[in-house]
Design a protein around this ligand. Structure first.
Ligand code: F0G
Length: 470
């Protein structure tokens, strides 16, 4: 029984919650399904949540990519689309917004992040060169490898431990990087592939001190740093919350300072920038820009649209401004944290600290009885869908793919199922429902038997692979 003492009553009355700095103007009805319907849909999808039809999904936490809700201002911006083939006014709006908010000199638009990764990898990697990075991302590493590069993970060891509470688990281990440079020579390093926050590590941030030290090290060796800024606004919030000297600085200023230590960036605007499609690449080096601007016409479209409609660029320019408002980004990361804290209260194993865009369930800890070759994280994503129609995503051995030289699986230390929170889409009540379903699946963990992969595509297999129950 709760018997409030004057002191706890005082705390209760003194309580101050945060809330989203927006209200809802338009709604999209959700569809619920029966267990039998879900069983049929999952079997049809080869036990791969990427192959489910969206209409069979209740709460969709597959990804935060392109699943954002746009604001009324962004929707109004769509009506201002200038669909000229060349020189659209929306491009110049986007260009000046990126220059001002991120601080880079020259901008190339692309249809989404991997379009930018393709261009940068081709322009900046010579075959046989190494590309050190803070853990890998699937499409990023693939484009680096297709360009002849050899990706090397130089993230700090703490990032591979789901329970280590290091506040900046996205940091680069400068000793690992120095050792690589000493062994191979600076000439063999194409560039540093720095991501903030680190998606595959659980949405973990990089500290300002780390990027400053990285800059110093790279200047000594004449090595460039390119930033995957896909979720860099979320990273900036973590710096504001956790790093000495930044508590009173707006997220916008932190973001710009961080970018100033890098030579350029690429982005999937489908995340931070609150749109459904788009990306860009921006650099400070004119000769590199000239090459990128020339290459974009081969792969994406003219350099003033890069595969996007004018209206998409307008929505992106507006979304970038909205994404760096402190109240917005606090609520966005706060909602992810709310879900994480519910699960932690119930002792469900998740990656800690809770990251910026998603909750990562530790599938190894769920299914201690399953070997990694029975795809525990894929199994967990399937079990969650069966329980409630909630869709998550595998981020473990399936996502890691195969080593091209040996043909064997990569065996990542982290075997995770990601519940990714779209921006401005779901409410706190949805988060409660999610947490309760995860708890039910955790309680039934002993019954899981694992999966076998029965179809495996050549590239980025997690998107299209099919499985069958063991
Ligand atoms: N970099 C990071 C860190 C990403 O998370 C993504 C996409 C990309 C690059 C590629 O961008 O999808 O626009 O081509 N991540 C999505 C996800 C797919 O679900 O995490 P894209």
């Amino acid at each position: 029984m709760h018997d409030p003492t004057p002191q706890t009553m005082g705390q209760q009355f003194g309580r101050r919650s945060w809330a989203e700095p927006w209200k809802i103007k338009m709604v999209e009805p959700l569809r619920t399904t029966t267990p039998a319907q879900r069983e049929a849909a999952l079997a049809d999808a080869g036990y791969n949540t990427f192959l489910l039809k969206s209409e069979d999904v209740y709460i969709d936490l597959l990804t935060d990519s392109g699943t954002n809700a746009m604001s009324d201002r962004q929707w109004a911006g769509l009506m201002l689309g200038d669909e000229a083939y060349a020189g659209s006014r929306n491009f110049y709006h986007l260009e000046s917004t990126i220059q001002e908010v991120y601080g880079y000199s020259y901008v190339v638009p692309t249809h989404q992040g991997r379009g930018a990764e393709n261009l940068l990898s081709r322009a900046a990697i010579r075959p046989g060169q190494f590309v050190p990075g803070n853990m890998y991302f699937t499409t990023t590493r693939l484009h680096q490898e297709l360009a002849g590069g050899i990706f090397v993970d130089v993230i700090i060891d703490e990032a591979h431990d789901p329970y280590n509470l290091h506040p900046f688990k996205g940091n680069i281990d400068l000793n690992k990087l120095e050792a690589l440079i000493a062994r191979e020579g600076a000439d063999k390093i194409a560039y540093i592939s720095l991501a903030g926050t680190v998606n595959m590590a659980g949405g973990q941030p990089v500290s300002m001190a780390n990027v400053q030290a990285l800059r110093t090290l790279c200047d000594r060796h004449g090595i460039k740093i390119y930033l995957d800024a896909t979720r860099m606004v979320e990273n900036a919030l973590f710096i504001q919350e956790r790093e000495a000297g930044y508590a009173d600085q707006p997220v916008a200023a932190i973001l710009k300072e961080f970018c100033s230590y890098t030579d350029g960036a690429w982005i999937s605007a489908k995340k931070d920038s609150l749109v459904n499609i788009g990306g860009w690449l921006a650099v400070n080096d004119w000769p590199l820009f000239e090459e990128l601007r020339n290459m974009v016409v081969i792969f994406e479209g003219l350099h003033t649209y890069g595969g996007l409609a004018g209206r998409d660029m307008e929505a992106m320019a507006i979304g970038i401004r909205e994404s760096i408002e402190d109240a917005y980004i606090q609520a966005r990361v706060g909602q992810v944290r709310y879900l994480g804290e519910l699960l932690l209260d119930w002792e469900v194993p998740i990656v800690q600290p809770v990251g910026g865009h998603a909750i990562f369930l530790d599938a190894r800890a769920f299914y201690e009885h399953l070997p990694q070759t029975a795809f525990p994280a894929q199994t967990l994503a399937a079990a969650l869908y069966l329980d409630s129609g909630i869709r998550g995503m595998e981020r473990g051995i399936v996502s890691a793919g195969r080593d091209a030289s040996t043909g064997d699986h990569y065996y990542p230390k982290l075997e995770l199922t990601r519940l990714t929170i779209p921006r401005r889409v779901y409410t706190q009540a949805h988060m409660d429902v999610v947490a309760e379903s995860v708890k039910a699946v955790y309680d039934a963990r002993g019954q899981a038997r694992g999966l076998a992969m029965v179809y495996e595509p050549k590239y980025l297999r997690f998107f299209q692979a099919r499985f069958a129950p063991l």
